[in-house]
Design a protein around this ligand. Sequence first.
Ligand code: HEC
Length: 161
Amino acid sequence: MKKKLFLVSLVGLMLIGGISTVQSHNNSAPNFECISCHGEEGSAAIKVEGMPKSYVPGKTYKITLAVSSPVVSAGDNAGGFAVEASAGEMIVVDKKNTQLSGGILTHTQEGSALRKWVIGWKAPAQKTPVDISVMAVTANGDFSPAGDMVGAEGYTVKSGK
Ligand code: HEC
């Protein structure tokens, strides 16, 4: 009887542990809407390089994503991001600093020390316009969502021939 109770509480603890890791946001974003918790302080600018205007079906693109704002980080965390695409596939090209979480590409704990990341997107096989949405945070490193700035950008990538 006692053993069973112990097991139940152990599983319970593991569940809570698991959930709190997901919610530790300097290690991946909890959900796409950074702005719902961060960034009442103004907005950050997002810059991408390598985002195609039109894509070749099935091709993987390497895209550099950078976020900037006047916010200075005084701690370990300087930034974070999330990217999702309406079609195709988000690809991890930098395992140390980026990861997939529920179809969304986001930062890892190491990656939250950065404000620039290299991400991958594999274009879909079918020829359809794709919306790629980006959200990124410039963090002040105080381990809270206060005092950070958020930027949001959307890109529409058309299919080539
Ligand atoms: C549900 C609320 C919530 C959402 C949504 C959210 N965050 Fe956070 N974020 C927090 C909280 C709370 C903390 C501080 C505790 C922690 O790190 O777990 C935090 C901390 C951070 C930090 C470290 C901040 C610092 O100054 O040290 C970064 C970076 C970060 N989040 C990025 C993101 C990004 C990028 C997104 C969206 C893609 C996002 N967060 C969405 C609540 C949220």
